[in-house]
Design a protein around this ligand. Structure first.
Ligand SMILES: *Cc1c(COP(=O)(O)O)cnc(C)c1O
Length: 349
């Protein structure tokens, strides 16, 4: 879909919206001005001024790192804000519908429910591959958005680009591809495609590989028109001063620990495979492993009693017996492996 055709998908009230503007939008002289426009305190303490609503400096650094134009970047209070805003821009409550894959990330369901949008969840194939034809068949009238997640949480696999692009090209609505774990995958990103295809929005985050989950900064990459629409719906000051400043500093100074996590992922997967209480370890393009166990609830409770918290996914569709384990530090992964051996000894499995 061409960017120029996007307006036909947007809720009429959002198209008509006059976004909140700040007086400082009309001033470009940096911090030298005398600011008597926003009823802030004049006493400097580092946070007495409102944050930049356009996050220009942060976007410019992200633009360098990702090779994506600043006008193609939206920043949200976590990707979770971007997910919510996609619903609010494109889906009329009580009328429009959305599609997500299952099993997948829980926020698509929560955000659809809070926006009163019916969400149809389509099961992945048994081998966790993308059911492209079933998704396109389900994408009937009033389906405005399809949520894909690649690498997918909790299954850990990334979908081939051709499969995702078949959905993008075959659907006359918005496709959101959540790439929270793309840094850990060899299949790469669709962020560049999102800038030219009107109906593709790619989500990434500073929460995972970059280690800034506590700052709450999510990114959306899309054509300028879509980014403009998302920006007019967000709260003007959605990323606070402390988060913008610290993220900028870390994006200038730090490099993510991607290599370390990937090599621990390989080691941990091998060690888990050797355990009797672990029936299957799926390959992972992310910073976690999905494993099928002999008794997910029992093992989960045992690990918790040893102070080790994993994610029990055994009650999620297609994930019977499954736990999702984040790859931690070597010492932490070793503690997990020790505890699982202890479980095996005490449970005769
Ligand atoms: C962790 C995760 C996110 C990150 O959300 P933030 O709000 O940016 O922290 C997004 N999508 C998926 C699938 C995730 O697993």
């Amino acid at each position: 879909m061409e960017p120029k055709d996007i307006d036909s998908l947007v809720r009429p009230n959002i198209l008509a919206l006059e976004p909140y503007s700040t007086a400082r939008d009309e001033y470009s002289g940096g911090s030298l001005g005398v600011f008597l426009d926003a009823n802030e305190s004049p006493y400097e303490n580092g946070v007495n001024r409102y944050p930049d609503p356009h996050q220009k400096m942060l976007k410019s650094r992200i633009s360098e790192i990702k090779g994506i134009g600043g006008a193609n970047i939206f920043l949200g209070n976590g990707s979770d804000e971007a997910i919510d805003i996609v619903f609010r821009v494109f889906c009329t409550p009580g009328r429009d519908k959305a599609i997500a894959i299952s099993p997948s990330y829980g926020m698509y369901k929560v955000a659809s429910a809070t926006n009163d949008i019916a969400l149809e969840q389509i099961c992945l194939n048994e081998d966790w591959s993308l059911p492209v034809d079933r998704i396109l068949e389900a994408a009937g009238e009033n389906v405005k958005v399809i949520f894909l997640c690649s690498p997918n949480n909790p299954t850990g696999n990334a979908f081939p680009r051709e499969d995702i692009l078949r959905i993008v090209d075959g659907f006359r609505g918005i496709v959101v591809v959540d790439e929270a774990y793309a840094d850990f995958s060899s299949l790469g990103s669709l962020a560049a495609e999102a800038c030219t295809k009107g109906n593709l929005i790619v989500l990434q985050t500073l929460s995972k590989a970059w280690g800034m989950a506590g700052l709450r900064i999510g990114m959306a990459f899309a054509c300028e028109r879509v980014i403009g629409l998302m920006s007019r719906v967000k709260y003007p000051y959605n990323i606070n001063v402390a988060a913008q400043t610290q993220a900028l500093r870390m994006l200038r100074m730090d490099t993510p620990f991607t290599e370390e996590i990937i090599s621990e992922r390989t080691r941990l997967a091998g060690a888990l495979t050797d355990l009797r209480c672990i029936v299957h370890v799926w390959p992972s393009d992310a910073n976690f492993l999905l494993v099928r166990t002999t008794d997910a609830d029992g093992i989960y409770a045992f690990l918790t009693s040893r102070g080790i918290i994993v994610r029990n996914r055994s009650h999620v569709p297609m994930c019977g017996g499954c736990l999702r384990i984040t790859v931690g530090l070597k010492e932490e992964n070793d503690k997990l492996l020790e505890a699982l051996k202890e479980y095996e000894e005490s449970h005769l499995c």
